[in-house]
Design a protein around this ligand. Structure first.
Ligand code: GUN
Length: 298
């Protein structure tokens, strides 16, 4: 039976370290500032954004939230991001995705100043990650958090290990593959067009599932002893809990995979809590850089 990787515990450690470092920075005259922007009323996004703003306050940050109506014109959003770029009290800017269809999300992301892009989505930060300029980059929060969980089991150097990342999104799959490569793993990115995905997955010492399909990765896709990182968060019907009830599952069929893997992240309580923790870490890093102080290593 696989070891469970406790994302809640690791996230709490990260937040504790961020809070302690923030206190030092505040005493020296710089309060880390995070601005979160949400457009529209999507209930899931509202919940995510509220928890990001709340966690920022708990860390002692200056935390501002801009909640805009769904019909906000693109130019207005650009103007808001530009104002936040100029605001010296703000070190991190996060525009919650998805944005309404009439807004060009790519343009909004590229408007964020790269040195305040705590999501790590700007081309400058994508390029820095791809070329190994990690000292000045921002790494997207979910892959960064996944790497911290992986380190707990495998250490920082993944030399000689094979990693398969299932999913090629810009937010998770591609940056995750770059981080694994930077840690010396031998990396394959698999996706919906990959031939014989189960056989490929079975070659992986490190298997990362980031596709957004509930319980797609089965137990017999997992190499015995592998480390399985499940990035998926999917809400599915749970009639066994009562009519209309739902439950959260990952992209991995957890009970099956747990019987084969060496270590595995649960859902909920695995990668999920790490995303917000790493957003706090990135915001602290940004404030340290702005203040000319060396950021901590997480
Ligand atoms: N929507 C879902 N995940 C994310 C994220 O990590 N950042 C932003 N900005 N929006 C998201």
């Amino acid at each position: 039976m696989a070891e469970l990787i406790d994302g809640r515990a690791v996230a709490a450690e990260v937040v504790e370290k961020v809070t302690a470092q923030a206190a030092g920075l505040i005493a020296a005259g710089t309060t880390p500032g995070l601005a979160v922007v949400i457009v529209g009323e999507d209930p899931a996004s509202q919940v995510y954004v509220a928890s990001k703003s709340k966690k920022a306050r708990e860390c002692g940050f200056h935390s501002v939230q801009h909640t805009l109506p769904a019909e906000t014109p693109e130019e207005e959003l650009v103007a808001l991001v530009e104002a936040l770029n100029r605001d010296p009290a703000i070190h991190g800017i996060l525009v919650q995705l998805p944005l309404p269809d009439h807004v060009d999300a790519g343009r909004i992301i590229q408007t964020i100043a790269p040195e305040k892009d705590v999501d790590g989505f700007h081309f400058i930060n994508v390029g820095k990650l791809g070329t190994g300029e990690l000292a000045t980059a921002f790494v997207p929060c979910t892959p960064a958090g996944s790497m911290l969980l992986l380190q707990r089991v495998r250490g920082k150097d993944l030399s000689g290990l094979s990693a398969v990342v299932v999913g090629r999104s810009n937010i998770v799959g591609k940056p995750m593959a770059n981080l694994l490569l930077a840690a010396n793993a031998t990396v394959t990115i698999a996706h919906s067009r990959t031939a014989d995905l189960p056989a490929l997955a079975r070659t992986a010492d490190i298997l990362v599932a980031a596709v957004g399909r509930p319980e797609m990765v089965k137990g017999d896709w997992v190499k015995p002893g592998a480390t399985v990182i499940d990035v998926g968060i999917n809400r599915i019907p749970a009639p066994e809990k009562g009519e209309g009830k739902t439950r959260l599952v990952g992209d991995v069929a957890f009970e099956e995979a747990r019987a084969v893997a060496g270590a595995i992240t649960p859902v909920p309580g695995g990668v999920g809590p790490m995303t917000i923790a790493m957003l706090m870490a990135n915001t602290l890093t940004s404030a340290c850089r702005a203040a000319g102080r060396k950021p901590p290593v997480f």
